[in-house]
Ligand binder design. Structure first.
Ligand code: PMP
Length: 453
């Protein structure tokens, strides 16, 4: 008798092509098949329970199977599941737009919906490009991005991406972007001050010499995510924003990963009082429930497109599911819950708890650096703590640590040798305590071949 698990595993192998996955490796393993979720736990088809230690790819806010969110979807489902924003509107899309403007950095007054972080970035890039065109300023067509940036996987987003492993193969089909150093203090000889100085000097130089060719700078504010949860030195973002303003270059903040309380503020930009010209949001926007993203723009950007039809200033961009009512309804419910539960303050308290809890881990021989902003945590593992020598890629330290964590009942996905801990914002102290125990145990088990005593 073939079990349900075996049947699903066989079909999974036969027909599913997984994202960011070498299928040859994956097909040699027993797949984890999730069946349901409850709170911050996920359960597989064999009934095993796991903490969702990476918020199902950095997006879960309130946990899984949340009654209030389920209800918002069910109620909207009883009205209409989808209708377009082409030439008409819908109730949740309108109400959410107003709400988003209210919680976003000052000046962002217009909301353009899409369905993933990458499409939100694509829209921001196209808007920035056409903004200058519509203003009659020719030649401002290029973008500045940061080393190791990740903005999603569509072609425009990859063109402003700078992670060689993911992006280099596509380079011949992409538009070229200027790349400035990201301040990776841990691996900079001059530490935080030196890293900051390099970034600002490179940006200043580019803007002084080429601002007339540059449409916008795109940045993951305060925390660069996919490169390894790398936190900017204080003041970096605001100084970059000031330089953009001074030299007439738009600032695009990609808050897809950092938005909605993740860093201990509603948006990472709020941490340094930065008001970008365009801001991209996704992931946590719907509490992590449904695929909705948005690109917010200032009135200044919007007005460059606002003209008589014959002037050909229209923004010709949209997706079938732009402004999906189910997604917008659950996003509204999620924001309401965030407010009612005072979640942002909660994140700050929980972040301090995690920081205290992980203090001892810092002393272990293979823990190079623990980086944290709010509940966004990356632990960089190194072969040698003094020289900061990295583990060889082939040793798959990150993957092995994550597999050990899974055995111990927590899910996470590494970024190379960086272990990612991005728990749902709703996690209680007891849950954070249990998850950090698993983190510690897994890291020590894999890097020291032992167990926590
Ligand atoms: N921007 C950033 C900063 C991200 O971290 C991500 C996804 N991890 C994206 C964009 C792309 O979002 P999506 O996967 O929803 O396309």
């Amino acid at each position: 008798m073939i079990t349900d698990y075996e049947r699903l595993a066989a079909m999974n192998k036969d027909h599913l092509w997984h994202p960011f996955t070498q299928m040859k490796d994956y097909n040699n393993s027993d797949p984890l098949i999730i069946e349901r979720g409850e709170g911050i736990m996920l359960y597989d088809v064999q009934g095993r329970a796991y903490y969702d230690g990476f918020s199902s790819v950095w997006l879960n806010v309130h946990g899984h199977n949340v009654p209030e969110l389920n209800q918002a979807i069910t109620e909207q489902l009883g009205r209409v599941a989808h209708s377009t924003l082409l030439g008409m509107s819908n109730v949740p899309a309108i109400e959410l737009a107003e709400k988003l403007v209210g919680v976003s950095p000052e000046g962002l007054n217009k909301v353009f919906y899409s369905d993933s972080g990458a499409t939100g970035v694509e829209i921001a890039i196209k808007m920035a490009f056409q903004y200058w065109h519509n203003k009659g300023i020719r030649g401002k067509t290029k973008f500045i991005t940061m080393n190791q940036a990740y903005h999603g996987d569509t072609v425009g987003a990859v063109s402003v991406g700078a992670i060689p492993l993911y992006h280099d193969v596509f380079r011949p089909m992409l538009f070229p972007s200027h790349v400035i150093p990201y301040p990776y203090s841990y691996r900079h000889d001059g530490g935080e001050a030196g890293a900051l100085e390099d970034t600002l000097t490179a940006l200043r130089h580019l803007l002084e010499t080429r601002a007339d060719e540059i449409a916008a700078l795109i940045v993951e504010p305060i925390v660069q995510g996919a490169s390894g949860i790398i936190v900017m030195p204080p003041g970096c973002l605001s100084q970059m924003a000031n330089l953009c303003r001074k030299y007439g270059v738009l600032l695009i903040a990609d808050e897809v990963a950092t938005g909605f309380g993740r860093t201990g503020a509603m948006f990472a930009c709020d941490l340094e009082d930065v008001s970008p010209d365009l801001m991209v949001i996704g992931k946590g926007l719907t509490g992590g429930y449904l695929p909705v993203a948005a690109t917010l723009a200032t009135d200044e950007v919007y007005e460059a497109f606002y003209a008589d039809y014959q002037e050909q200033k229209t923004f010709f961009h949209g997706h079938s599911f732009t402004g999906n009512p189910l997604g917008c309804a659950v996003a509204l419910a999620s924001l309401k819950l965030m407010e009612e539960r005072n979640m942002i303050e909660g994140v700050r308290a929980k972040a301090s708890f995690v920081e205290r809890k992980l203090a001892a881990l810092k002393e272990r021989p293979h823990v190079g650096e623990i980086r944290q902003k709010g509940l966004m945590i990356g632990i960089e593992l190194v072969r040698d703590k003094i020289s900061r020598e990295t583990f060889d890629w082939a040793e798959r330290i990150g993957v092995r640590t994550s597999l050990r964590a899974r055995e111990l009942g927590m899910l996470t996905r590494p970024l190379g040798n960086v272990i990612v801990f991005i728990p749902p914002l709703v996690s209680s102290e007891a849950e954070l305590d249990a998850m950090t125990d698993i983190l510690e145990e897994s890291i020590i088990h894999v890097t020291e071949g032992g167990s926590v005593t």
